[in-house]
Design a protein around this ligand. Structure first.
Ligand code: BYC
Ligand code: FE
Ligand code: FE
Length: 471
């Protein structure tokens, strides 16, 4: 492919056409990306036209341009939010200094590692979701899945752009390695735990988009505060796309809840008999996805987190709105600790407690979504409440990784855990039942038995629009 075509193919606002070195690096990387997409991207449907949103610029008109596209021809672009003139570093040791337009030598390793960790999650999620198209509950949902997938692909481009543009040879090697690791692979797994779990069915997919993409929101928001301005601007633009991913998750679960509630209100004692998913099973899936997503925030007490903040590399959620000195050298923050068989709170230096603080912001945001699901249940006159389990429940990373914690926050014995875990986490029988529902529905305007239709379509189109052209 000639470089002229290439520039036109990659919508960007980073002046790619005048940066020959970067252009060459991306040209070398792109075939590997496309090969990865063919191999590990959505299974089937690669030759079908999908009604997709493509970002072609960052302004209000351009960032959500809708059209019919075959996924391998999606124009994965590179966009940074507009620069804030005179931006200064908002926190840490470099607070008040001009934001960095390049990577300071002493923080190269730290920044590279954060960017690689972020970048690794993007293709991982595409890999996890690659089989789902075959069992879609509707054309509308199929399109939403593919929208999320191509945008996660673009998020990989966003991180690869930073690696290629600012990290020289190391950056090129990391960009290559991002295409080599594979979700769930024994020898070359993805970096973070949740991204090596399977996403075998659509209930898992919606839970993942609600809980795990929301980790993306909080991590990206923290990185958007970074002194390294290109990272900050990249993340700010990614956040606009992230909102749709969380919408897909929240609305998906809500429609499943709604369907079950409708059947219950009609007098069905066992909604499984009518091909819907019972609220108990939904609660167990929620417990699983919430807990593995909590692990993504790292340990309660983390010197890594303190270093990221002190060096002005990674801030807090809404850093500039925090009413403090943005350096936190003397401050403390309560974090959970275990005393006997109880979870208590203990003050730690605020700097080392930053992971926990971000996790708390995240939990509060999750709770708001769960409240909206519960409103649907209540409106059907049903006396059930979905609940987030205690943050110590089913954790692998940090303090709670060493304990068994019940959903209501008690430290329990192995015996109690073994006796109750079937009530708390999806069982093999749950998974099998949910799997049994996963038969594709691809007629326009039709929806699977276990999910209610959405209240409206995408981009003002009707719900029965032909979102994916299968013929
Ligand atoms: N799994 O001090 P600690 C998204 C490692 S999601 C495996 O507790 P730290 C998306 C850790 O690396 C957003 N390993 O943690 C969503 C460290 O290793 P070393 C992704 C883990 O470093 C859906 C050691 O344990 N973005 O965008 O303070 C679809 C001790 O770590 C895990 C980011 O994560 C784990 N869960 O914080 C698509 C942002 N947790 O140093 C996309 C960038 C920890 O001993 N990453 N470890 O070798 C970060 O900010 C940090 O790396 C973390 C960990 C918050 C993840
Ligand atoms: Fe993403
Ligand atoms: Fe996402």
């Amino acid at each position: 492919m000639s470089s002229i075509d290439y520039i036109e193919r990659i919508p960007n606002n980073v002046n790619l056409k005048d940066n020959r070195r970067l252009l060459r690096a991306l040209e070398e990387w792109q075939p590997g990306f496309l090969e990865w997409w063919q191999q590990m991207g959505p299974e089937g449907f690669q030759t079908k036209d999908v009604y997709l949103r493509t970002a072609i610029s960052v302004d209000a008109q351009g960032w959500a341009h809708f059209d019919w596209v075959r996924m391998p021809e999606y124009r994965w672009g590179i966009f940074l939010a507009d620069p804030e003139p005179g931006r200064v570093v908002p926190f840490g040791d470099h607070k008040g200094q001009p934001a960095w337009q390049d990577v300071p030598g002493e923080y190269r390793g730290t920044l590279r590692r954060l960017i690689v960790t972020q970048g690794d999650t993007e293709p991982a999620s595409v890999e996890q979701q690659r089989h789902l198209g075959r069992t879609c509950p509707s054309l509308y949902d199929l399109r939403n899945l593919f929208q999320v997938n191509v945008e996660e692909g673009r998020h990989l481009w966003a991180m690869v752009y930073l690696l290629q543009a600012y990290f020289g040879r190391d950056g090129r090697e990391e960009a290559e390695a991002l295409l080599q690791r594979r979700s769930g692979d024994r020898d070359k797994p993805r970096i973070l735990g949740a991204f090596n779990e399977r996403t075998p069915d659509w209930l898992s997919f919606f839970m993942f988009s609600f809980f795990t993409d929301r980790d993306g929101k909080y991590q990206l928001a923290s990185l958007a505060e970074s002194a390294f301005d290109p990272l900050s601007r990249t993340c700010r633009f990614m956040l606009t796309e992230e909102a749709h991913h969380m919408f897909v998750g929240e609305a998906g679960v809500q429609r499943i809840v709604q369907r079950s509630c409708e059947l219950m209100r009609q007098g069905s004692a066992d909604v499984r008999k009518q091909g819907a998913i019972d609220l108990e099973t939904i609660q167990r899936y929620l417990n699983f996805h919430f807990s593995v997503s909590l692990d993504l925030f790292g340990s309660e007490v983390s010197t890594n987190a303190a270093t990221f903040f002190t060096t002005s590399v990674k801030g807090r959620f809404e850093e500039t709105k925090q009413p403090d000195d943005h350096q936190l050298k003397e401050a403390t923050y309560p974090v959970p600790a275990v005393a006997g068989d109880r979870v208590v709170m203990r003050d730690e230096p605020a700097l080392t407690a930053l992971n926990e603080r971000l996790r708390e912001d995240y939990i509060a945001d999750c709770q708001r979504g769960v409240d909206r699901w519960n409103r649907v249940i209540r409106e059907h006159g049903i006396d059930v409440v979905l609940e987030l389990p205690h943050r110590g429940f089913h954790r692998a990373i940090g303090l709670f990784g060493d304990y068994r914690v019940s959903p209501d926050g008690r430290i329990v014995t192995d015996a109690e855990w073994d006796a109750k875990k079937h009530e708390w986490l999806p069982t093999e029988a749950d998974a099998e039942y949910v799997r049994s529902l996963m038969t594709p529905v691809v007629e326009r305007g039709r929806f699977a038995s276990w999910i209610a239709p959405p209240s409206r379509g995408i981009n003002g189109q009707p719900v029965d629009f032909e979102y994916v052209r299968l013929v």
